[in-house]
Design a protein. Structure first.
Length: 147
């Protein structure tokens, strides 16, 4: 595994089909991550979303295999955090594996430019996958504390 990779694993008490739907529907996506955004959920389709504050992520969907796998490029079109990750310069791969009691979500964010970027993105993905787990399990994650 590349040194410039961030990895997050999270058990979610919901079926893979349910969890997957939160990655392929605009309103569901924004229920756990982001204030607004435009998404074209198809291979080659673009997205641009204001994750929080003035931090705007942008990239393209590469591969979508319901309900098992989603791959998209990632980067910051606008950023308050000063993290030099240009749009589309890194890749996020999400796999969903059925396990007893729900789904094991594994998120691997590759091609980040530095160990500092890896740490920052791992912290961010941990925050947002925690919110995803709450909403996918039928709860309300409430307002994003990072907004």
């Amino acid at each position: 595994m590349s040194i410039n990779t961030a990895t997050v694993e999270r058990h979610i008490a919901a079926r893979p089909e349910t969890v997957f739907s939160f990655f392929t529907d605009r309103e569901k996506w924004l229920s756990w991550m982001g204030a607004d955004g435009e998404f074209s959920f198809e291979p080659g389709g673009a997205y641009r979303t204001r994750v929080n504050g003035a931090n705007v992520a942008q990239g393209r969907f590469v591969d979508i295999v319901p309900p098992k796998r989603l791959v998209f490029t990632w980067g910051w079109a606008e950023s308050e955090i000063g993290m030099p990750v240009p749009p589309g310069s890194s890749t996020v791969e999400i796999t969903l594996e059925p396990v007893p009691g729900g789904t094991l979500l594994r998120l691997v964010h590759r091609d980040l430019p530095s160990p500092e970027a890896c740490a920052a993105h791992e912290e961010g993905w941990t925050h947002y996958t925690d919110r995803l787990a709450v909403v996918a399990e039928g709860g309300d994650p409430g307002p994003d504390a990072w907004m």
